[in-house]
Design a binder for this molecule. Structure first.
Ligand code: ZN
Length: 168
């Protein structure tokens, strides 16, 4: 069933699967593509303007971890490792929350959510994630922050240029 999604910049679009729409380029994410291969697509989260919040999505439309092909799973772990390294090296991100669920209206994708100081006002662990994301969407939509988020995208894109997939 098509659903209406609200992008970080305030626009709304109606799509069948947000991940298909993003990985095929039908809709573009904030700041553009961070990394793309034949199996995966890496982009800034489109709804929550948090610098360095990376979404690693498969290009194929499926939901479960056990549906990854051998080639995909090798590239998947290499990509997580590389993205995490670049988050630390280039954006100074010290802690990341990883979030992945199979009962999604999107398809297979991993969230890599940086843990920033300001998020501690919402608690210490996973229960703070939702309020922190909503806080970002509702209160961090200003031009200055959006510019900083887009800057994060281009910094990570630069960092991913030398990524060599282990599946190749
Ligand atoms: Zn899909």
């Amino acid at each position: 069933m098509p659903r209406l999604i609200t992008l970080a910049d305030g626009r709304s679009v109606e799509v069948e699967c947000v991940s298909c729409a993003l990985t095929s380029g039908l809709i573009s994410s904030t700041g553009g593509v961070i990394f793309e291969s034949s199996n995966f697509h890496v982009h800034q989260d489109i709804a929550y303007p948090i610098k360095g919040l990376v979404i690693l999505a498969s290009k194929r439309h499926f939901y479960c971890m056990d549906e990854l092909t051998d080639e995909e799973r090798l590239e998947f772990i290499s990509l997580i490792h590389k993205l995490r390294s670049e988050q630390r090296k280039r954006l100074g991100i010290e802690k990341v929350y990883y979030f992945y669920n199979e009962d999604t209206t999107h398809h297979f994708h991993l969230w890599m959510v940086p843990r920033y100081e300001w998020m501690y006002q919402f608690g210490n662990s996973v229960e703070s994630l939702r309020p922190a994301l909503l806080h970002a969407r509702n209160n961090m939509n200003d031009d200055e922050n959006m510019k900083s988020v887009e800057e994060g995208v281009s910094i990570l894109r630069e960092g991913m240029r030398d990524f060599v997939s282990s599946s190749m």
